[in-house]
Design a protein. Structure first.
Length: 241
């Protein structure tokens, strides 16, 4: 039950993204397009699409945008082709950074990511330089407000659902699962009538790095510069909050 709060980081990111909601929807449309094109338009039989749709709904993406992306992916014609690329690097105080991208031009994306690192206090690393420090995990956040479950009851519930860990914050329960168990745990908790504030697959660092206020500001600027790029889907760091 120990650990840092991912929820605080998510809330901070959401607040920052509110000002650039159009760009967020554009990136989500690309993810929906790729998932639907590779696995079909039915979320019930396409787990990848279902995950992206959950992510889109969490970001309050309009249904029209979602349907348009799916229709584009399944319409006649070859359409667009995107590659999934992961860049690895370092931020202030040696913080490890993973940058997940969807791109139709690897040269453009690679150049942009390198420039973002170099201009904002970071350094792009070689493939494999930091990825070994992260584990793929399922993450579920459940708001505690108006929830008729105490900490012990919640712990028993999530463990019986197949989760690995429960982290308790003042305003939220944070549930962690193995990546392969994520869908089962998520659906089980929904079936119990719980409202999930966040449910996603994420990359969890094995070791968290404590940062000074100065280094935290540098990292926030670097992450913001990376997320500003149209090809960047997600950014993960080993910084503790």
């Amino acid at each position: 039950m120990a650990g840092h709060s991912k929820w605080k980081n998510i809330q901070g990111r959401k607040n920052a993204q509110d000002a650039k909601r159009g760009k967020v929807f554009q990136k989500l449309s690309r993810e929906i397009y790729v998932a639907a094109k590779s696995g079909g338009p039915d979320a019930d039989t396409n787990p990848s699409l279902r995950l992206v749709l959950d992510k889109a709904k969490s970001a309050n993406m309009p249904n029209d945008n979602i349907e348009r992306a799916i229709k584009k992916a399944t319409s006649a014609g070859e359409g667009e082709n995107y590659d999934e690329v992961v860049y690895e690097g370092y931020g202030p105080a040696g913080v490890a950074i993973l940058v997940h991208c969807l791109t139709d031009n690897r040269n453009r994306t690679g150049t942009n990511i390198r420039v973002a690192f170099n201009k904002n206090g970071g350094a792009l690393g070689e493939t494999g330089s930091v990825s070994y420090m992260f584990d793929r995990k399922g993450y579920i956040a459940i708001a505690r407000e108006d929830l008729d479950l105490d900490e012990e009851d919640m712990l028993m519930l999530v463990l019986e659902a197949g989760a690995d860990d429960l982290r308790i914050e003042e305003d939220v329960f944070e549930v962690y699962t193995e990546a392969g168990d994520f869908t089962t745990v998520r659906d089980t908790l929904k079936a119990e009538g719980l409202e999930l504030a966040q449910a996603e697959l994420t990359m969890e660092s094995q070791t968290m790095v404590e940062l000074s206020e100065e280094h935290q500001e540098v990292l926030e600027k670097l992450v913001a510069a990376l997320e500003e790029d149209d090809d960047v889907s997600e950014v993960f760091t080993s910084a503790a909050l």
